[in-house]
Write a protein that binds this ligand. Structure first.
Ligand code: SF4
Length: 149
């Protein structure tokens, strides 16, 4: 008797859950005033690089693709490769969770973890479902995601 071909399990849909998490974050009543100074996008100056789970990376990669690019180019100043020449985020709608919560001091400071811990847990759970390996630095995470979409 022939075995029926094994069906691959369907890939979980990251987009719906990521958009739900970002929408929930928007509803949190934490006063912040981002004036797009982009200080947080200059990793060397800010002293940190956003870390992305797999779902965030795939969602950011879709933003990159939508802007017509197929790969990331290093920024000449060592800033985020998604920071445009005119000093604006080129994937603002698709920017990762860290870019939505790590506000500079002038904008009100970083979100306290206790206010977003449940959302971080959802991102981690999605990462696991997508076969991710936990949070990874933005450039590597988005580059790998671009190769997969
Ligand atoms: S993804 Fe956009 S908001 Fe986030 S660090 Fe890069 S340029 Fe800045």
């Amino acid at each position: 008797m022939l075995n029926a071909p094994r069906m691959k399990p369907p890939k979980p849909d990251h987009r719906q859950e990521i958009e739900a998490i970002y929408a929930e974050l928007e509803r949190r009543p934490l006063p912040r005033q981002c004036e797009m100074r982009t200080g947080c996008c200059h990793f060397r100056l800010a002293g940190h690089t956003p870390m992305l789970t797999r779902g965030e990376a795939l969602y950011a990669a879709q933003g990159v693709r939508a802007s017509g690019r197929k790969a990331l180019k290093p920024h000449p100043d060592g800033a985020c490769p998604l920071l445009g020449r005119e000093g604006r985020c080129t994937i603002y709608k698709n920017r990762p969770f860290g870019c939505r919560t790590h506000f500079c001091a002038e904008a009100g400071g970083m979100y306290p973890r206790k206010h977003v811990a449940d959302l971080i847990q959802r991102l981690e759970a999605l990462d696991e479902r997508l076969g991710g390996s936990g949070s990874r630095p933005l450039e590597a995470a988005v580059s790998d995601a671009l190769a997969d979409i």
